[in-house]
Write a protein that binds this ligand. Sequence first.
Ligand code: CP
Length: 337
Amino acid sequence: MNFLGSHILSISQFDKNDVKELFRVADEMQPYAQREKHTRVLDGAILGNLFFEPSTRTRVSFGCAFNLLGGQVRETTDIKASAITKGESLYDTARVISGYSDVIAMRHPVAGSVEEFSRASRVPVINAGDGPSEHPSQALLDLYTIKKELNIEDDFDGIRIAMVGDLKYGRTVHSLCKLLNLYSNITFTLISPNELKMPEEIVEELRKSGHEVIETEDMESGLENNDTVYLTRIQEERFEDRNEADIYRGRFRLNQSIYTSHCKPNTVIMHPLPRDSRAEANELDNDLNQHPNLAIFRQTDNGVLIRMALFVLTLGVQDKVHESSVEVKWYTEKRFK
Ligand code: CP
């Protein structure tokens, strides 16, 4: 893929070299994300950060990533506060906002909506989640986290990953499966209620590529022998009848005792967040908060690096970031170490 000026809509656009290049640039963003230096490389640029669905970390980290590169952010945070509720089309919204922005990040509850929006946009659009369909920047930060946690160079061949929870509506696992499909000989153990299984077309695609895919409702056996276990929340907002989500909430939970009994000692624990910490859900228990293999907050930190790298490559400033960099003047606790 030629990143320059491209929309980033789906993981299907990426090949292994694109991922390698993105991760190389993400590594270079470390001193900025860690507040050792700052850069003004995007001074004067504007990010249109359009979130027509709730978000904490994706919205804020896209904004922080742009600010850390010296750009400004303008955003909408609620579909009710946008003119879409007055009947404005995605086409018109895209024409308007792309006149105000140099790049746009967009989240919307309908699958395919970001792609529709991008066709009318005059600037690159990054999919920040379109309904149950895809969340490409999340998958990229997840794979980057796996790379760091497992100390992998560039080759993810042969890794073993368990994905747990709502695999039907969880867009992060859809995108992560598509991304891992670029590599070879991966073992996917897909642990979900039968009604919330990974979409068949994704499973077929993985099997066609020669990966081993195990689908099970038995969490305890499914957890055995993985390098990474990736938990997900029941996506209640995707159910036509939200009460139906109650049937599945709390069915699969990882806590210290289950981890110790069923996971091999170095298994990395991941979750795209938000985790549902209500007592009836609690798919990832707080009793693992101090566990050294719990990578969830390293994942969120990595999100800034990956989103900085996407902006740098899309806007073509990868060779100019360090030119406009200076040491920071304020106190910075080394909170990323
Ligand atoms: N992982 C993720 O998409 O989180 P937010 O919904 O908070 O953006």
